[in-house]
Write a protein that binds this ligand. Sequence first.
Ligand code: UDX
Length: 447
Amino acid sequence: MSLKITVIGTGYLGATHAAAMAELGFEVLGLDIVPEKIEMLRRGEVPMYEPGLEELLHRHVAGLEGSTGRLRFTTDFAEAAAFGDVHFICVNTPQKHGEYACDMQYVDSAVTSLAPHLTGPALVVGKSTVPVGSADRLARTIAELAPAGEEVELAWNPEFLREGFAVQDTLHPDRIVVGVRSERAEKLLREVYATPIAEGSPFVVTDFPTAELVKTAANSFLATKISFINAMAEVCEAAGGDVAKLAEAIGYDDRIGRKFLRAGIGFGGGCLPKDIRAFMARAGELGADQALTFLREIDSINMRQRGQMVELARQALGGGPFLGRRIAVLGATFKPDSDDVRDSPALNVAGQIHLQGGQVTVYDPKGMDNARRVFPTLGYAGSALEAVRGADVVLHLTEWQEFRELDPAELGEVVAARVILDGRNALDPERWRRAGWTYRAMGRPTA
Ligand code: UDX
């Protein structure tokens, strides 16, 4: 295979993309500005928990026993520029401090660090989630800075991978979307994806703004589905209905679909919350903010869920203050199969109760280190059983498989009161009730 690929930024997106490209047979050079990350990756270690990624790295990272040697890492932009025919930009675009807007500093600096070294034909491909209009601006930056002039082009190819499924989503994407300005760019990207990756995946070719918008629109739609069902949970709660049954029943309609209709404490993580906010901010700049006012409501329904979980916990304890009460929290990450606690609803709920004087003990299968770093004053336990010991109420806030498999009878032996609040609508109510527990979930009947 002749094309050589560089991947700039080795977070969960970049590390996965680099490893996947090597898996497909390309020679790949991954670049990150953090030397410690590069050192870890060179040893085949993954800087975060992502199922399947470590195995993939071990298969390809140069210097590791039995590897193909197709994947190498560097911190040097000049080396990357000289190496690659196609350069993927995979750096993160977090929310700006104290603002809704997206912080473009990492994308900007990746492009301005790479471009001056591009002396021959190359395609720079943005994968990061950016405000619409960024690709156009970056294309001009590249044209100004790259010595190779018109031989260097930009394309936009948004990534849709989910944490916890990053490898699977990269190797078997639902669709491949490319925003291009020339046949040459399209041809090169078709070559990159003319591998098992694209088999059965629709290949959508479009312009820059549409490609950028596909990503933000998709995430806004997903966020809307979750907040919609959470709004229905609120109504079910008031009317005595069952949101889980409601979601199942409306989901049988193909036009609605059953996915992303699980009510609970709402969405978090490094993508959905910041993406809908950045989208609103950008629409405002474009004079189209009226079109997205509904996203403000989506955001506010989502944030309200966390407060409602706190209130449910308060009610479960008899309605008084949390002071001196013991609250066990199962789950700290924003979703299972990830160690990511960014904007985690679980940690937010745990934190709110702690700040109101509750004695909170958290356990999470993979997120303990990150949770401790973000919220060092919470109590932490080494297992679910240890976390619930002596608890007046147990809160299930991230739906790890490990929690589904817990034995309610065994836990019942060590708690002070057999009360469990399921913030993810993911446990089997009957299993817990049979073992003598009071089971409560948002938007569902009490018994
Ligand atoms: C998301 C998009 O799914 C992905 O396509 C995009 O590339 C990045 O953002 P991710 O942040 O990994 O991926 O998480 P996702 O699986 O989408 O879950 C987001 C949040 O929604 C989690 O906190 C999850 O617990 C919550 N959620 C999801 C619900 O509350 N209810 C649901 O029915 C589904």
